[in-house]
Design a binder for this molecule. Structure first.
Ligand SMILES: Nc1ncnc2c1ncn2[C@@H]1O[C@H](COP(=O)(O)OP(=O)(O)OP(=O)(O)O)[C@@H](O)[C@H]1O
Ligand SMILES: [Mg+2]
Length: 451
């Protein structure tokens, strides 16, 4: 029996429709006015619009398709004389911020001829790139030595990868030792400034009287001890990144000058009225809540808004206990590379303690605890007493509290039993002997298991 060839386009269409409705890629066909002629099920899932009908491209709620398309067309040089997308195919990526997660979608779109229409149609192909972006994020994270598997922290890393190439100012807020400096460096390394210097200044470590000259530099003779011209940190960071740690410690009277340097990228050295131009991306970090400081009048609001274009909050280690074993392994490997023994094992109780300790010093404290544990291991085992005193004491206190409660309970049970004996089992009399009411006695007997 000979196979019958598909003879016309009309016969092909139902087959193609079946294929298109099955594939994972989203497919949308729209006319030039933006009316949607066809949309496959994947497109509506990817665009998160299964619950509302899409009859026009402007019905896509997750982002503004036409605006993003125009931006992509401009970038690709594909605009016509009227300033509209030319219709030739362009590719762009869009990150949708959905309720539960971010989704990265790649769009490939342009005009195509259509079988029975005179006018061309816009074809939009959509591919889900989220998994690939996640893998890249984990890979880049590993390259930078920054370890985390915590969803909240991974979101921060994601955001960093997204904003690093721009020159946007970033404010990293989080407790001491959570990794702010490391993340600041990561932003720099992923930016176009990576070949230029990354200059770190801890504003809390410089005496207040010297902060101005440290940041902006000084001319010879500007003050006693200024024996020569000296460039400040802003100038040293020219074309690179200036990381201002503990920004909350910059005194109010200097904040206006700092704002000008950041905003206008120009400054005057102490003792000079000449303006120096700089090109610096500023990343700031603080373990105090700057917003609260603004409300309390301790930090200039205008400076805060300028610095916090991208505010990122770094979770404390106790908010991400899943990272503890990961970081322990990581620090063990780093120590092994420095020649520390590799055959040390951690016993269960020591591990339990590390998992339950609140880590007020965050990752830095954990890093030190791992080193301490390895150095003080007993017969190649990290025991509770191998851990730093602070951790050991924390659990001793917990243990002490438990012992005290148990001793109290034994004493109470003994007193109740004696009173009951003396009162010949009469609970009201026993309660009177104990100086408590009958219900309290009954409750205590229940708790202590006395019948
Ligand atoms: N996720 C991480 N993976 C690997 N190492 C980390 C991580 N987070 C922090 N560290 C390490 O912990 C230590 C403290 O990190 P870092 O100096 O970046 O914290 P910080 O928030 O800037 O602290 P501070 O507020 O005291 O300036 C560093 O040695 C850093 O390498
Ligand atoms: Mg730091």
């Amino acid at each position: 029996m000979g196979k019958k060839a598909i003879s016309s386009e009309t016969q092909l269409i139902p087959m193609l429709e079946a294929v298109v409705s099955y594939i994972d890629e989203g497919v949308i066909i729209a006319d030039k006015q933006g009316n949607v002629i066809y949309l496959n099920p994947s497109a509506s899932t990817l665009l998160d619009c299964s619950n509302h009908p899409i009859s026009r491209l402007s019905d896509i709620k997750a982002f503004n398709f036409q605006r993003t398309l125009l931006r992509a067309a401009i970038q690709a040089g594909e605009v016509d004389a009227a300033g509209r997308p030319s219709g030739r195919f362009v590719t762009f990526e869009e990150r949708l911020q959905l309720e539960n997660d971010d989704r990265y979608l790649e769009f490939h779109t342009g005009f195509v001829d259509c079988f029975d229409h005179d006018d061309k149609m816009r074809l939009i192909l959509i591919r889900n790139r989220t998994e690939q972006r996640r893998i890249e994020a984990v890979y880049k994270k590993r390259q930078s030595g920054f370890e985390t598997n915590d969803p909240g922290m991974l979101d921060v890393v994601h955001r960093i990868q997204q904003i690093a190439p721009s020159d946007a100012f970033v404010l990293l807020q989080g407790d001491s030792g959570t990794g702010k400096t490391m993340l600041g460096r990561m932003i720099h390394n992923l930016s176009r400034r990576t070949q230029a210097p990354f200059i770190e200044v801890n504003c809390a470590a410089i005496p207040e009287s010297l902060i101005e000259s440290e940041l902006f530099g000084h001319k010879k003779g500007a003050f006693t001890g200024a024996t020569s011209d000296r460039a400040g940190r802003f100038q040293s960071a020219h074309q690179g990144t200036l990381f201002l740690d503990e920004i909350s410690e910059v005194p109010l009277h200097l904040q206006a000058k700092l704002l000008r340097a950041i905003q206008d990228q120009e400054l005057e050295m102490v003792g000079s009225d000449q303006t120096v131009k700089v090109d610096v991306r500023v990343i700031t970090a603080s373990n105090r809540n700057l917003r609260d400081m603004v409300d309390a009048g301790e930090f200039r609001a205008d400076l805060f808004y300028r610095l916090a274009v991208i505010p990122l909050t770094i979770p404390s280690l106790c908010q991400r206990p899943g990272d503890i074993p990961l970081l322990i392994n990581h620090f063990c490997s780093l120590l092994a590379a420095r020649g520390y023994p590799t055959d040390i094992e951690c016993n269960q109780e020591a591990m339990r303690m590390m998992m339950n300790y609140p880590w007020p010093g965050n990752v830095r404290e954990l890093e030190n605890a791992v080193e301490h544990g390895i150095i003080c291991a007993v017969n190649k085992h990290v025991e509770p007493e191998s851990l730093p005193q602070d951790i050991y004491n924390y659990f001793q206190k917990e243990h002490g509290e438990q012992t005290k409660t148990r001793d109290n309970e034994i004493l109470q049970a003994h007193q109740i039993k004696s009173a009951l004996e003396e009162a010949d089992g009469n609970k009201s009399d026993a309660a009177t002997l104990l100086g408590i009411d009958r219900t309290t006695l009954w409750r205590r007997m229940q708790r202590l298991g006395i019948h």
